[in-house]
Every structure is written in C-alpha cells, then in structure tokens.
Design a protein around this ligand. Structure first.
Ligand code: HAM
Length: 424
C-alpha cells in the first residue's frame, strides 16, 4: 500500500508557524474588537449555489476553482467555501439580523478552499481573517475600515505594504461603462488570450487585470471605470480620499484594479507586499458590495468588507523577521526516585496553575538522561527532586547556562523559582 500524504495544495502547519498563525489571529481579533467588530463563525460547507449566485458564475473562483460535490439523496451540490463574504451575508439574512440591527460589524477567521494551481503563497486550503461592515453606505465607513486595516498591518509590523484603491462604479454608471469597454475589447479581440476573448463577453472588467502581457498591451488604452463614474460614485470616491488624507494613510489609485469577484461596486482595494511574496503579492483584498444582500434575497443593504490572506501575511512577517515563537520552557523538573517523581508531578501542576511554564520529566531513569532532555528543550533551570534532599526539605536547582547548582528550600519554592525566572 502506498503512503498516504496530504492533498495537493493543502499543508500542515507545525510549530512555530502554527503559533504565528494563532498569534496573528488573536491580535486581529483584539484589534478589530476595538472598532466594534465581533466574531461570526459560519460553516465551511455551503450550498454551491450560494457562491454561484453571490460571487458570480463567470468568476474563476466559481467556474474553475471550487471544491464542489453532490451530497445525499437529493444530490444537492455542496461546496467547501472559497471565501467568507457570501456565507456571512447568508447568515445575516437567515438569522434576520438586519431586522434587529441597522449596523452589523463582524469578523471571521478560518480556512477557505480554492482549487488553484499551487505556488509560493498560493494554496488550495488557506486562511483568511476577514471583516464585514453591513448597513452603512457612507464613504466614512470605507475610510474607517481602511484605517483599521492599515492600523492592524502597522501594529503587526508588516513592512513594504501598498494600499491600492479604485472605484468601479455602481449599477447606475456601470452599464454605460461596460458597453464602452466591450466596444473597445471587440476592436482588439484578436490580440487577447483565449480566456480574455471569452471574458470580453461574459465578464469584461476582468480583462483589465489579466496578468498576460499580450492582454496588458492590447488593453493599455482601454477605458477604465474610474473615468466613467456617475456623480454620486465620484463624490463617494472623493470623500473617501479626503478622509484617507486626514488619517494620513498613503494609497495608490489603481485604475485597473477590478477584483476577481462579481459582487463589488464603488470602492475596491487590495493591499500588496513588496517583500516576501513574489508573484502572489496581495495580502488583502476587499471592497464595497452594496448589491449582494439584495442579490441573495434580502432588502437593499449597503456593505463593505475585506479579507486578509493569513498565510501570505505570515510569509511577509517571517521574511521581515517580525514573528517570534514561544521561547523554550524556562524550567524542567527532574527527579531521583518515586517520592521525588510524585513531588515533581505535584509541583509541576502547581507551577502551571501559577502561570509558570515548565516541563516535568515523564520518563525518569538516569539523571544524565534527564539532564540531556532538559538541555534539548533549552530549559534554563532544572529542579531535581528526591533522595536525601527531599527528606531535608530541599531540592537541587541547576542553572543550565552557568553549569552551577545550589540547594533551595521546598517551603515557598514557587516564589523562589518565580524570582529566579524573572531575574534571568
Ligand atoms: P480575495 O481577494 O479573493 O477576496 O481574497 C483575499 C485574500 O486572500 C487575498 O488577498 C490573498 O491574500 C488571500 N488568498 C486568496 N486566495 C489564496 C490562495 N489560494 N492561497 C493563499 N492565499 C489566498 C475575498 O476573498 C473577499 N471575500 C474579500 C472581501 C470581504 N470582500 C468583501 N468582503
């Protein structure tokens, strides 16, 4: 029988990397809570139709990249979620949250699944930290969200980031713009890649951000959405820029940024990293999606959100050496005999209850073996319990770095150990 291995594009996260993921998730949760966000957890499996309708049938994510399969007697199509926004909106509607609250701020953490070609920074299971702000249409809501994001990235020390911003119009100005774009694309059709030839009909905006050189060259002169905004969209965009300036958040206007999901209108943005990522340089993407709640069967409700790619953020911070992992346990408890072992087990419990990290030797045997194990773990101190010392009410404390040892009284031992651990 062949060896069973992890599925292509899916990986195990081992310490210390798993700790990096966890600490960034905690940091984000704490930070976002200050802005009034609370956590929502939605299922990983959803009906495929949610994403087909919400994200768009013609998007790569839905047409090519979903893990989708028939389930149960009625063979209903289910999918591993490729993103979080459609699920959050489904949950918002299903739980009738909008009837109680006129403003909802939710964040979420967890794995997403896309059957993409695996590459550095691109996986088939990856983790997002996302947030959605539902109920407010103002540019101030966009600005607050971008300020929160920028603040979070600053806080975790991510270097070399750029905020790329665009406005892609709305249901009022998009149709005329789309027409102009389709007209332009039909004039250069023979120069486009096969995908873009098809997209010119089905999803013409996507042609603008095709990465292929021939398409970029052919569409250099193409009309861009930001030059075809209606008055309200333009005013929204200008006010957003005004507030970003007020916050002194640097941004670049990216007229060809259109995003890969269909639900966006007006504000669309990405945050890219100049270090640590290579080709997959987006650590975050998001935008306004004022039409999605209606599209999924709810009332007209404006919303905006983003998702950070946690795997990529970890890569950026690792490259910049901004992530530290848990230091080795400062204290190792060894023993000479059964009495000493039992004392070590109890003392270990009590130290941990007091918030002191330690490892109790679980194997016993020769002292040398125990000290070797303590050394391998990187423990600074070893406390040895048992023998004649135990009957005298003391234990041997070995300073592994200094290679010295002394006796310490077992009465009040926790306080003494704490004091030594603080000093070193
Ligand atoms: P997205 O741009 O598709 O947006 O994904 C957001 C981020 O997830 C990307 O910027 C990237 O960092 C990360 N990401 C995407 N695909 C992969 C992958 N295959 N491997 C590793 N990381 C990846 C969304 O998902 C929207 N739901 C964001 C949003 C929320 N818009 C409004 N609300």
């Amino acid at each position: 029988m062949g060896k069973i291995q992890s599925v292509k594009g899916m990986r195990d996260l081992l310490p210390p990397q798993s700790e990096h993921f966890a600490s960034l998730e905690e940091e984000a949760a704490r930070f976002f809570q200050r802005y009034g966000y609370s956590e929502i957890r939605t299922p990983i499996l959803e009906e495929t139709a949610l994403f087909a309708r919400g994200v768009g049938e013609e998007t790569d994510m839905v047409s090519k990249e979903m893990f989708s399969f028939p389930d149960g007697k009625d063979q209903k199509m289910l999918a591993l979620r490729p993103e979080g926004t459609a699920s959050v909106v489904r949950a918002y509607l299903e739980n009738r949250v909008g009837e109680r609250l006129s403003l909802v701020k939710w964040y979420y953490l967890g794995p997403m699944f896309r059957r993409e070609r695996p590459a550095a920074g691109r996986y088939r299971q990856f983790f997002q930290i996302g947030a959605e702000c539902i109920g407010v249409a103002t540019p101030e809501a966009d600005a607050e969200m971008l300020e929160m994001l920028w603040g979070f990235f600053q806080r975790v020390g991510a270097p070399g980031l750029s905020l790329k911003l665009n406005s892609i119009g709305d249901a009022v100005c998009r149709p005329a713009y789309r027409e102009a774009l389709v007209r332009f694309l039909s004039g250069v059709a023979e120069k486009l890649c096969e995908d873009c030839k098809r997209r010119s009909q089905t999803n013409p905006l996507r042609v603008l951000d095709c990465k292929r050189e021939e398409c970029q060259a052919a569409t250099r002169e193409a009309p861009v959405p930001i030059e075809h905004l209606c008055e309200p969209c333009r005013a929204h965009h200008n006010r957003l820029l005004e507030i970003l300036n007020l916050y002194q958040i640097p941004y670049l206007i990216a007229p060809r940024l259109v995003r890969g999901l269909d639900y966006y209108n007006r504000t669309a943005f990405e945050i890219t990293a100049s270090q640590g990522l290579g080709a997959q340089d987006a650590v975050c993407g998001g935008g306004r999606y004022d039409g999605l709640i209606r599209l999924l069967g709810g009332p007209d409700t404006p919303a905006i959100g983003f998702a950070i790619g946690l795997d990529r953020l970890v890569l950026v911070l690792e490259a910049a050496q901004k992530l530290s992992s848990l230091p080795p346990p400062p204290l190792f408890l060894g023993f000479f005999d059964k009495n000493g072992q039992e004392r070590a087990l109890l003392l270990g419990r009590d130290l941990r209850r007091e918030g002191i990290r330690c490892q109790v030797d679980l194997r016993g045997g020769k002292l040398k073996g125990q000290l070797d194990r303590a050394n391998k773990l990187g423990a600074r101190f070893v406390l040895l319990l048992g023998g004649d010392e135990l009957s005298r009410g003391v234990a041997v404390l070995r300073d592994m770095a200094a290679s010295t040892q002394e006796e310490i009284a077992l009465d009040g031992v926790i306080a003494q150990l704490r004091e030594r651990l603080v000093r070193t």
